[in-house]
Design a protein around this ligand. Structure first.
Ligand code: SF4
Length: 212
């Protein structure tokens, strides 16, 4: 929809900008993946395996993280096994298969780690206060998309059961983490927190606080 001055509404333009950004990032990912003989999904899997702790290195976990079906992720991992970048071994319960990067896989992950440098360089030119507000806005949008069932697994502060929204008057530090027991500046909001628990998860925090 276009306003009388010829511009679309703010929400429409924000959505357009995000869509444009998504196109750019997809094309960047395709280019770097191609340079390493991978598909974009295989590239995402390699990068995730390089940074995830062992308990998150499983096909089903990666599938949820990247919003694809388990068979689709399994196919991508099988291709990575064929390329000798990944191995599967029995997981902690003996049934699930833990994924591990081979030495070659680690090298490829290192080579891929700067795939989004053009974006981070562009962001670095924006004042920190604006970046913090943008991060906050994007995390709230992700929260809304998760609630609507559009995205699956996220480990962001705004979808975490320990997140205390707007508990402080300081506009730069409005939220609280009830697990870490500290205020959360907008600049420190997390996008992949190892302590994250979904907002509707059983109460590990309560167990912890009642134990302490
Ligand atoms: S546990 Fe992590 S994700 Fe959850 S509110 Fe605290 S810092 Fe954010």
């Amino acid at each position: 929809m276009t306003d009388t001055d010829g511009t679309a509404g703010l929400d429409r333009r924000l959505a357009d900008a995000l869509e444009r950004l998504g196109h750019g990032m997809r094309s960047l990912a395709q280019r770097t993946a191609r340079e390493h003989g991978l598909s974009p999904l295989q590239q995402q899997a390699v990068l995730a395996l390089a940074r995830h702790p062992r308990e998150r290195r499983e096909v089903a976990v990666l599938a949820a993280e990247f919003d694809v079906t388990t068979p689709t992720m399994s196919d991508a991992v099988t291709a990575l096994e064929r390329k000798e970048l990944v191995t599967r071994s029995p997981g902690t319960d003996g049934r699930r298969r833990a994924l591990t990067l081979t030495a070659t896989g680690e090298e490829v992950a290192h080579g891929l780690s700067s795939w989004d440098d053009p974006l981070t360089a562009a962001l670095a030119a924006v004042p920190e206060a604006d970046r913090a507000t943008t991060l906050h806005t994007l995390l709230r949008a992700i929260e809304g998309l998760q609630r609507a069932g559009v995205v699956n697994l996220t480990r962001t502060c705004t979808t975490c059961r320990f997140f205390g929204r707007d508990e402080h008057d300081d506009p730069d530090v409005p939220h609280q983490c009830h697990l870490l027991r500290m205020p959360l500046p907008l600049t420190d909001l997390r996008t992949d927190c190892p302590e994250h628990e979904p907002a509707n998860a059983p109460s590990r925090g309560k167990q912890r606080s009642s134990a302490s």
